[in-house]
Design a protein around this ligand. Structure first.
Ligand code: AMP
Length: 118
């Protein structure tokens, strides 16, 4: 069982922000911004590659509720999902990072030379 499935099953503790029948949002253990939340489906989906439009429809509404709950919906935030090896996905259970609480840097992308990534 993957680590996020264990969190869903309460086998590993987490700091929950919002939960409903199908989704869970909790604090990232290693925050990269003042607000860093992970939103996941309770059903195991490996990554964005495998997710269905129906799950994404409901997940979108859930993440919008998470942003409101955190009070970052007006100030702004970033949503990221890493996919596979090149995307840097460490946990193989679909999750969206919600990052906010400060003006976020974009330097790792805007200053990057694509050739240096090869
Ligand atoms: P990714 O690199 O996109 O797969 O992101 C995985 C994220 O999960 C990282 O930001 C980790 O800090 C986070 N993480 C791993 N284990 C836990 C945990 N037990 N509770 C909360 N966040 C976790």
């Amino acid at each position: 069982m993957c680590i996020f499935c264990k969190i869903i099953n309460n086998e590993i503790p987490s700091n929950i922000i919002l939960e409903n029948e199908n989704f869970l949002a909790f604090h990232d253990i290693n925050p990269k911004a003042p607000v860093h939340i992970l939103a996941i489906p309770k059903i195991h989906v490996d990554s964005f590659n495998e997710v269905t439009p129906q799950i994404m429809k409901d997940m979108t509404l859930f993440m919008q509720d998470v942003a409101k709950e955190l009070g970052i919906d007006k100030s702004g935030y970033r949503v990221i999902t890493n996919i596979g090896e090149d995307g840097g996905q460490e946990v193989k259970h679909l999750h969206f990072h919600l990052l906010g609480g400060a003006k976020l840097a974009w330097s790792h992308l805007s200053d990057a030379d694509p050739k240096s990534m090869i």
